[in-house]
Structures are given as C-alpha cells and as structure tokens.
Design a protein around this ligand. Structure first.
Ligand code: IMP
Ligand code: MG
Length: 168
C-alpha cells in the first residue's frame, strides 16, 4: 500500500512559493542553481520552471547513502561544470538528514569561489532547516518524487513514507 506523506499538489505549491522567494532574493543577480543528483532531479525540474528571473543550472553528484542507512561519508562523483566564481549559488537538494552531504558539498563549492552559497531542500529533518526549506519531516524513511529506496521508486509523484512491514 502506498503511504503518502506529501502529495504532489502540496509539493508543487510549496516549490512555487520557494521560487517566488528566489525571484525576490536574487533579482538582477543570475544565481546558479546546483542540483545534487540523483535525488534532487525532480525538485530541480519543477523548481526551475517556477522561477522567473534568469538563472543558470548545473548538476553535481555528492552522495552519502547506501540503501536506507547513512554511510557516514560523502563521495564526490560529479563536480560543477559551470564557472561559478563570483556568482551566487543555490544548492538544490531533495532531503537534508544529518546535514553531512550538504556540508561536504558546500565546502567543495567554496573552492570554486562563488559570491555566496544558499541551500534549498524540499525536505529536512528537525534542526536541519536550510535557508529555503520545503517541509520538515520526522524520522521515517521517505521515497518517491526523486528519492529512491534501494535505487527504485524515484518516479513516484508523491513523497511516500516507508512502512515497517515494507522493509525486508
Ligand atoms: P545527510 O548527509 O545525512 O544530510 O543525508 C542526505 C542524503 O541522504 C540525501 O541527499 C538523500 O540522498 C539521503 N537520504 C536521507 N534520508 C533519506 C530518506 O528518508 N530517503 C531517501 N534518501 C534519504
Ligand atoms: Mg540526495
């Protein structure tokens, strides 16, 4: 049984609100939206279509997760390709759990000397709210809307929560 935590329509209306904030906060500054693959690909695709100011886009892959458990270390699989020196950067994430991934990504991006780094995440756990936070969630494992459970279910339109009886 699908257990919906956040339905698609709420995700989209929240992303629209965050896009309005970005329009306002970055008017005239052409930020670079840096999507952290793979999980944030849907957030990026929907967010960027709600943003109306000029932006550039880039994709990186910094990953810390194996299955449903944090591996405790962050691997860089893909670095930025845009020249972000002197430009404002907005990291686009799916979820901030411990904050380890976003910290490692932020430290890496700083080496490219952007003028500033802000973080947007669709989901965040208690105490980990970024500058642009979609929804605070509890401890349960979530998937769908780009987030995977052991590599699957990224195509689900809603954010779903894993039930204990679904774990193997
Ligand atoms: P952090 O480094 O502990 O903040 O973990 C962030 C990363 O862990 C995210 O980018 C996700 O890829 C993954 N992650 C954390 N919690 C979940 C979850 O509930 N479902 C799916 N992925 C998760
Ligand atoms: Mg991720």
């Amino acid at each position: 049984m699908k257990n919906i935590l956040i339905p698609e329509h709420r995700i989209l209306s929240r992303l629209k609100e965050l896009a309005r904030e970005i329009d306002r906060d970055f008017a005239g500054r052409e930020p670079v939206l840096v999507c952290n693959l793979k999980g944030a690909f849907m957030v990026m695709a929907d967010l960027v279509r709600f943003v109306t100011i000029p932006v550039r886009t880039d994709f990186v892959c910094f990953t810390s997760y194996n299955g449903a458990e944090s591996s405790g270390s962050v691997q860089k699989r893909l670095d930025v390709s845009e020249d972000i020196a002197g430009k404002p950067v907005i990291i686009v994430e799916d979820i901030i759990d411990t904050g380890l991934t976003v910290r490692a990504l932020t430290d890496n991006l700083k080496e490219h000397a952007p003028s500033g780094i802000s973080v947007l995440s669709l989901l965040y756990r208690k105490g980990a709210k970024p500058r642009y936070g979609g929804f605070e969630i509890g401890d349960g494992f979530v998937y769908g809307y780009g987030l995977d459970y052991e590599g699957r279910y990224r195509q689900m339109r809603d954010v779903l929560i894993l039930q204990n009886n679904e774990k193997d």
